[in-house]
Ligand binder design. Structure first.
Ligand SMILES: [Zn+2]
Length: 67
């Protein structure tokens, strides 16, 4: 996961904490809608084709597991 420096204030999608200007953040694709049983979870860098829309969300370093 490559982190970027944000040029504007953002909010972490996961923990809802704010990411201030100049802080590092990452973007992750999440699926919109409810997960269906038997659907494959997203694996490292690979996305299974599902009948869902994927949108990029902002996440802080903590939620991305970056130290
Ligand atoms: Zn977070």
């Amino acid at each position: 996961m490559k982190l970027k420096k944000t040029r504007k204030a953002r909010n972490c999608y996961s923990c809802k904490s704010s990411i201030s200007k100049g802080d590092l953040y990452g973007q992750k694709s999440i699926a919109l809608g409810t997960k269906v049983n038997g659907q494959t979870e997203t694996a490292e860098g690979m996305y299974t084709v599902v009948h869902q829309m994927r949108i990029p969300v902002d996440m802080c370093q903590v939620c991305l597991g970056v130290k």
